[in-house]
Structure formats: structure tokens, C-alpha cells
Write a protein that binds this ligand. Structure first.
Ligand code: HEM
Length: 480
């Protein structure tokens, strides 16, 4: 029998088998809801609601029908759906021997078995420790100048001399280039353009039914993933050779920093396979999320003149103390408090990541229901962001909500997740966002080409028209 048919049969039968053995061995109640058709289950209805930007309605319909806990089948696996502040707390504090991080099969196959999202317990701690150590503020401080340079270059090439731009693809291009420069040490080149294309293709299949037939989106994403792997492996060999020749870089890239990380016994902290898998995850986790934040913030600032005025005032104060060729410094970024609140508010209103998955390692009971081993849990963490009881007038863009004087209740603002898996790229994203907004508001004014713009989730939020804006450079022009 061909491996493809065998694999499809396993995918088809596994959910049924899991449900049957669960019923046989336990008298406890499963959550309400239906598993739908085998394999497909509710995958298409969920993905289609995401695409139509109706995911919140889809979730509300489910809650109306079954309550805050229900069962379904998503992306080939029986699944329990939960949401709300209590669910966020439960999941973020749950023992990793009960609930392990697990992405859909599609993500595991595209990013590799050793990627941090797949690991749990000690292995997760070890790999996470290595990633946190290269993304912590002390290390990132050294990169502010390099980031600043990339951002200025971007505005010079893609914005100056234009009257209209599509902001979203440009922000993707910018965040990808910043990450390539800092993580891979790859400057502007054909290789970098190739990598952009390959990552875009890989991401398209990240949340898809994992059937590897020719011409499927998943198949194209797998091919892109294989090519990216080859490029990263070659880079690792080049950097290792340079290190062995004792060729020292004045400012290392993050892959070199990772290659240099040692355990107590001086063995390498991460294997090459772990570096490849995790660099792919970092690129995916970091560049799209931050570009979404920047694009939605540009849209919100265009529609909210008073917030825009406060951001501008803060950024003009900082610009006043500099001459045009000065880079922004770490201290300048610490002064951009209001701008970061505006960014957090944008993340509250449109968090880049809508839902998360965990794998159930042991049967457990939650709110009186059995959550069986072998199933997965999906939770829509950000439903709390629009909870009137937590964030009054949730549809209003109000950065002051994040004023430190009025702290946000725990487990309710979760754009960066929570618990032991909270996003380790928070500071990276903050630096990149603040530097970009600084040069944007000091360099240009902008307005939306169309007043009413809509977005879909594919699976990440994306403006359908690319966020067309009319731009005008400010005079006298600071060299952006
Ligand atoms: C606005 C930008 C970003 C947002 C909203 C964001 C959000 C998130 C969220 C929600 C999680 C998952 C937490 C969980 O599973 O509970 C996460 C994990 C992660 N993020 Fe970010 N992220 C952003 C930027 C970045 C950047 C710039 C990087 C790297 C430079 C990064 C690297 C990672 C990694 C490696 C993980 C996995 C952590 C683990 O499993 O321990 N992220 N991020």
C-alpha cells in the first residue's frame, strides 16, 4: 500500500479510535458538542470563519450552543475547546506533564520535531533557555543601532519619493529584513529575497490539513521548508568555519551567538538540528507577528487623531535631541512609553495569534468534564481582550488602559501568551516597533486610501487590500 494512502487511513481512523477507547475506559462525561466528519471535523468551518474575519462570531456561536467548554475535531485531531480568563489561567499554570505544547501536525512537519513549540518539560526549558539568552535585553541592546539602520534604509528605499504605498506588505518586508540581518547576519541580497519568498510559502501551509498530495498548499509549504533548511544549514557551516578560523565579527548575528552557547561541560548548548528548527520558528513567530502589530497600529493611528497626536509629540521630543545621523539609543527607546501603550492597545484589539493548541498527555477533569489523553485543547486566549467586564468599551482604541497606575487583571491581556511559554521575543518586538514608529511619524504623514478596510485571518490577520495609504514626507526631512 502506498505510504500516502496508509498515512491518510491513519489520519482518518485515529480520531475515531481515540474516541472509542475513551468511552470504553471512562464513565466521566466528555464535553458537549460533536466531532463532525472524521479528519475534517470542524476544520473547514473554523478556517473559513477565520478567513472571513468571523472567528469571534464562530466562537460566540459555539459558546451559545454548548457553553464555554465543548468538543470538536480540528485538523485531524479530537479537540476540546475552552475560552475565558479562567481557561487562560488554567492552561498557563497547568503542569506540563498533563498538557504539553503541541502545534497542529502541519506546524510540526513544517518546522521540525526539535522546534521549541513541540518540546516540553526539561527539553523545553533547555532550548528555551538558549533562545531567551540571545533575546534578552542585555544582548538586544547591542543591536539597537543595527535595527535602526535597517529601518532607515527601509524608509529610504520603499517610502521616499512615493505618494502611495501598501503598508502591510512593506511592514512584512521590513520585519523580515530586520530579523534576517540580526538573526542570520544576511544583508540585502538575492539570498534574502529568496528567503522571504520561501518563508511566505511556508507560512501559508502552517494551519492546513496535513495531507501531502502534490499541488496542495501543504505540499508547497513542505517544499519551501526543505529549501529553507538547506540555506540555514549552509549558513551554520559558514559561521562555524569562520569561528574556527578565529575570524571575529565586530557585532555577531544571533545564529553565531547560538553556536557559541555552551553547557557547563563545554559541549554545544543546542545541536545543529535544534538550531535549524528553532531559527525557522523564530523567523515565523517573530516577523509576521510584529509586522501585523505595525500594520494594525498604522491603521489605528490614521483613524484616531488624538492618539496619533500624543504619539507624535512623544517621538518629536526624542527626535529634537538628535542630529540626523544619530542612531536611536536604548535610552531613547525606554522613553517611548506612550507609543508602546498604543502598540499594546493595538495588540489587544487585534492580537496576531488568535488561538493556541496544547496536547493532552494524561486524562484530566476540567469543570466536571473529562479531557482525554491523546486529544488536543484549543483555547482562544484573546476573547478576554474584548470582555466588557475586563476592558470597558473594548472597541475603543485607548492606550491609557495600559497606564501602569491601573494594572490590567492577570490572564486577561495575553497577546504574548503567559506562563512558562510566554513569548521570549517581547523585547525584540518592542524595539522593532518603537524604532519603526519613530521614523514613520517623524518622517511622514499618512491617510488611508479607503476609509473602510477589512481584514481576514489566514491564519494570521491580514488586510485584504494590503492597507493602502497615501503618504507625504515631512519637511524638513530627517534622513530616514
Ligand atoms: C508583536 C509580536 C509578537 C507577538 C504578539 C507574539 C506572540 C506570541 C505568543 C502568543 C506566543 C505563544 C505563547 C504560548 O504558546 O502560550 C509566542 C511564543 C513565541 N514567540 Fe512570540 N510574539 C511576537 C514576537 C516574537 C518575536 C519578535 C520573536 C523572536 C525574535 C518571538 C518568538 C517566539 C517564540 C520562540 C515562542 C515560543 C516560546 C515557547 O514555546 O516557549 N515572538 N509569541
Amino acid at each position: 500500500m502506498s505510504p500516502v494512502i496508509l498515512f491518510s487511513m491513519i489520519l482518518f481512523l485515529l480520531p475515531l479510535y481515540l474516541v472509542l477507547i475513551t468511552f470504553r475506559k471512562s464513565s466521566k462525561k466528555l464535553p458537549p458538542g460533536s466531532l463532525g466528519f472524521p479528519i475534517i471535523g470542524q476544520s473547514f468551518s473554523f478556517l473559513s470563519a477565520m478567513k472571513k474575519n468571523k472567528a469571534e462570531e464562530w466562537v460566540h456561536d459555539r459558546i451559545r450552543k454548548y457553553g464555554p467548554i465543548s468538543k470538536m475535531s480540528l485538523l485531524g485531531t479530537p479537540t476540546v475547546f475552552v475560552c475565558g480568563q479562567a481557561a487562560n489561567k488554567f492552561i498557563y499554570t497547568c503542569d506540563s506533564s498533563i498538557l504539553a505544547n503541541q502545534q497542529p501536525t502541519s506546524i510540526r512537519r513544517l518546522c521540525g520535531e526539535r522546534n521549541i513549540l513541540e518540546l516540553s518539560g526539561h527539553e523545553h526549558k533547555r532550548v528555551r533557555g538558549a533562545l531567551v539568552s540571545i533575546l534578552k535585553p542585555d544582548i538586544l541592546k547591542q543591536y539597537v543601532g543595527k535595527m535602526d539602520e535597517e529601518v532607515r534604509k527601509h524608509f529610504k528605499i520603499h517610502w521616499h519619493g512615493k505618494t502611495k504605498v501598501l503598508a502591510m506588505p512593506l511592514m512584512k518586508n521590513l520585519t523580515f529584513n530586520v530579523m534576517s540581518s540580526l538573526i542570520f547576519g544576511i544583508e540585502q541580497s538575492e539570498k534574502r529575497e529568496k528567503l522571504v519568498e520561501l518563508f511566505q510559502q511556508l507560512v501559508k501551509g502552517a494551519l492546513s490539513v496535513p495531507i501531502n498530495f502534490p499541488f496542495t498548499c501543504f505540499n508547497r509549504s513542505l517544499q519551501a521548508s526543505a529549501k529553507i533548511r538547506t540555506i540555514i544549514k549552509d549558513l551554520i557551516h559558514e559561521k562555524r568555519a569562520a569561528m574556527e578560523d578565529q575570524f571575529t565579527f565586530p557585532q555577531q548575528d544571533l545564529i553565531t551567538t547560538l553556536l557559541n552557547l555552551r553547557n557547563d561541560d563545554l559541549s554545544a548548548a543546542l545541536s545543529d538540528e535544534e538550531i535549524v528548527d528553532n531559527v525557522i520558528v523564530i523567523m515565523i513567530a517573530g516577523h509576521d507577528t510584529t509586522s501585523i502589530l505595525l500594520s494594525f497600529l498604522i491603521n489605528l493611528l490614521a483613524n484616531n487623531p488624538s492618539v496619533y497626536a500624543s504619539v507624535l509629540q512623544e517621538q518629536e521630543e526624542i527626535a529634537k535631541c538628535k542630529v540626523s545621523e544619530d542612531h536611536l539609543t536604548w535610552d531613547d527607546l525606554q522613553r517611548m512609553r506612550y507609543t508602546w501603550r498604543a502598540a499594546m492597545e493595538s495588540l489587544r484589539m487585534t492580537p496576531p495569534v488568535f488561538s493556541f493548541f496544547r496536547k493532552v498527555l494524561k486524562d484530566f477533569e476540567y469543570e466536571g468534564y473529562l479531557i482525554p489523553k491523546g486529544w488536543q485543547v484549543i483555547w482562544v486566549a484573546c476573547m478576554t481582550h474584548m470582555d466588557e467586564g475586563i476592558f470597558p468599551n473594548p472597541s475603543e482604541f485607548d492606550p491609557e488602559r495600559f497606564d501602569k497606575q491601573a494594572p490590567v487583571p492577570p490572564y486577561s491581556f495575553v497577546a504574548f501568551g503567559g506562563g512558562p511559554r510566554i513569548c521570549p521575543g517581547y523585547d525584540f518586538a518592542r524595539l522593532e516597533t518603537l524604532i519603526t514608529i519613530h521614523y514613520l511619524v517623524n518622517g511622514f504623514t499618512w491617510k488611508l486610501c479607503q476609509p473602510d478596510i477589512s481584514f481576514s485571518r489566514d491564519p494570521l490577520p491580514i488586510f485584504k487590500d494590503g492597507l493602502g495609504i497615501e503618504i507625504e514626507p515631512k519637511l524638513p526631512s530627517k534622513e530616514n
